[in-house]
Design a protein around this ligand. Sequence first.
Ligand code: HEC
Length: 557
Amino acid sequence: MPAAAIGRGGAGRPGPSPGARAGWALALLAALLPPAAAAGAPPVSAGAGERLYRLGLLPSGRPLRGEREGGAGVDGPDAACATCHRRSGLGSWEGQTVIPPIIGRYLFRPGARNVEDVNLPHVQGYVPHREPYTDASLARAIREGRDREGRRLGILMPRYRLDAATMASLIAYLKRLTVGPVPGVTSDTLHFATVVTPDADPVARRGMLDVLEQFFADKNGGYRGESPPLRSPRGVMYRVNRKWQLHVWVLSGPPETWERQLLDRLAREPVFAVVSGIGGATWAPVHRFCEHAAVPCLLPNVDLPVVAEQDFYPIYFSKGVLLEAQLVARQLQAGGPALRRVVQVFRKGDVGEGAARALQAQLAATGLEGVARAVGSGPAGPALAAALAGTGAGDAVVLWLRPGDLKALPAPPPGSAVYLSGLMGKLEEAPLPAAWRGIARMTYPFDLPEQRRVRMNFPLGWFSVQHIPVVDERVQTDTYLACVILSETLGHMLDSFVRDYLVERVEAMLSHRLVNGYYPRLGLAPGQRFASKGGYVVHFAQPTGARLLPDTGWVAP
Ligand code: HEC
């Protein structure tokens, strides 16, 4: 991530630290004074603390180093505070290992003395009733590994030799990290949006909205009005009953205007996160909006997502047709010397064009000749025949086509190998003419129908109970799954409504889920943005019928 890009997130809002022991007037004064003017204090450089925290870079641009007593040290990104305490600063936990929150609101909070003032998100690892840190004792914790009470911090927490100015920038950053009201969260309602692009398939779009609207209605079924904040014995407010409200953001016009439209919608209707959604040929403007506005965008229905895993806020089910291109590339490389060239057929402007480009690049890297052919306008039959002209023995034909085009295919070229995108062709329902069915290999970036049958009882049962017509089983199942994942994650977060924390908790919980609809398993290590990473290559068992046989095991290219 370029250093210039990191200031855009939601965390960078400057302001006095609410928990500081200095009175608010003093804090305000300090915030207003230019940093260097505070008597005797080292200069605080804006952005330096953030770069150190997130990327592990010192103000000099050199990598940060953390030492460990008697053990190996850590450098650069491994030493970055965010690697362990996470981007939100709210820490994390995995099994027995608890990494505490280190935002100023926790560190500088006067513990037991003011139990009523616990308007803090509840996170694992936070121990109330402790002395607050001071700047000096916090610096000691970071340099020497001693906490506020002088207790030695665990071996996992490195020690950092930072000079006074760098330490001051870091502490200033911790004080302003994850503060302020959270957009889209009110005392009785959680606001979410879903995004629909104008080129989305209208049938799938209706199916998706049916699921979302019903899920939200169902969720609110148990709502019994605003409840008073509960206080646990630990003095933490949590589990306020809130309604879920869905905002459907339907975009219009050309893609260049979408990001602006979304920013306007967000300003008018603040939301905590974007859930599901549906796109057509391009999703890039929506992806950019999520990243620039620092809004989590969870699991949309898009077949050609943006691959930018250094971005934080957009999370996808899979790489879609780009994953299929990788699966095809892998098969072609095993194709042996008989393979002369690869002819890809796609519709201009559809997602297959992006997939063909990706595969073309992979072929170039392996020295295989690749030809990309766009299907021309006019009646599908002749246009497809023209795109396939001259193909034959020694060729592999790769079809990035929708069902309408598959139906209209002319006779297959004799002697050539055929691959087809399952995602675009509608998987086992692909209406391939019998002559193609016998020879085609299909990429299948999901679990196979028999293997997912039991898991599918959950979404299908829910659709049936809710009287939701199943018009696009995959899109509707993925939509349902996105809602369930959001709901479960928020349930575990209690009332810690912080956008970065939502993304971090989705990352942490995904790999523990067992029932994932079309996917055999999901998972996101920090820095990964595609939850399902593999697929099969299959062929039809018979010239008619939907039964599939796998050519490969589950492959994660
Ligand atoms: C490799 C993981 C790791 C990294 C990197 C890391 N920490 Fe920690 N940190 C921990 C763990 C684990 C603890 C809890 C130790 C304990 O309680 O014994 C901790 C504790 C702390 C504490 C004490 C919190 C309290 O409530 O007393 C502070 C402050 C802290 N870290 C700040 C930082 C800062 C600032 C950075 C970056 C310069 C950083 N940490 C980098 C793992 C890490």
